[in-house]
Design a protein around this ligand. Structure first.
Ligand code: ZN
Length: 207
């Protein structure tokens, strides 16, 4: 298994819809286990296949208190109830966080790595992570859920947090600070401008 590069905005694969998995074979499982390694290496709670450049409906989740990672294939949120405001970040928008509205709880269905059907009711962090990762499979980022007046907040780097994610630069890892913005205080926050592609509802791009 291997740690893969996590694609950063504005990589186009992050805006594409992932395909349904037809058969859970060794190729799919290898991608899934690579995703687990990549998620753990980045200290993430979840990761979607788009983020490692695979347009397949595969997500992995590992809550901080859990010892095992969950692998979910062809995941679906079948019911959403209630609303709550939560702080959110994304490994593909490294260094930032923002406030979004998520469900109070959800019902969820997927296949696991053994092709068994998993159905569960999730709330709190698990619910938030599942909504976030399923969004990725539909080309949606959490910034799409932010209101126009809301701001991304830069996360201050921690001394004990090695910059693993900075390895492997390519043309797509444009720093978010290089984007045009209207904030008067670019050091601590920024606005996504109206015409920023990240503000375009992802559903418009899927057809
Ligand atoms: Zn994400």
């Amino acid at each position: 298994m291997a740690v893969r590069e996590i694609l950063q905005i504005p990589h186009p694969v992050l805006r594409q819809r992932a395909r349904k998995v037809r058969a859970i074979d060794d190729d799919i499982l290898r991608i899934a286990y690579d995703m687990v390694d990549t998620m753990r290496n980045a200290s993430g709670v979840g990761l979607a296949a788009n983020q490692v450049g695979e347009l397949l409906r595969v997500i992995v989740i590992q809550l901080p208190e859990e010892e095992e990672a969950r692998i979910y294939i062809n995941p679906e949120i079948t019911l959403r109830e209630g609303e709550r405001r939560v702080e959110e970040g994304c490994l593909s928008i490294a260094g930032y966080k923002g406030m979004v509205t998520r469900s109070l709880w959800i019902r969820f269905r997927a296949l696991d790595h053994t092709s068994k059907v998993v159905k569960l009711r999730a709330e709190e962090t698990l619910s938030q992570a599942l909504e976030h990762e399923v969004d990725h499979l539909n080309g949606i980022l959490y910034t799409d859920h932010m209101e126009a007046h809301e701001k991304l907040v830069k996360v201050e780097p921690e001394d004990d947090n090695p910059a693993d994610l900075d390895e492997g630069d390519d043309a797509h890892t444009d720093n978010i600070e290089d984007q045009p913005h209207t904030s008067h205080n670019p050091e601590s926050d920024l606005w996504l401008p109206e015409d920023d592609p990240r503000n375009t509802p992802a559903t418009l791009k899927l057809k």
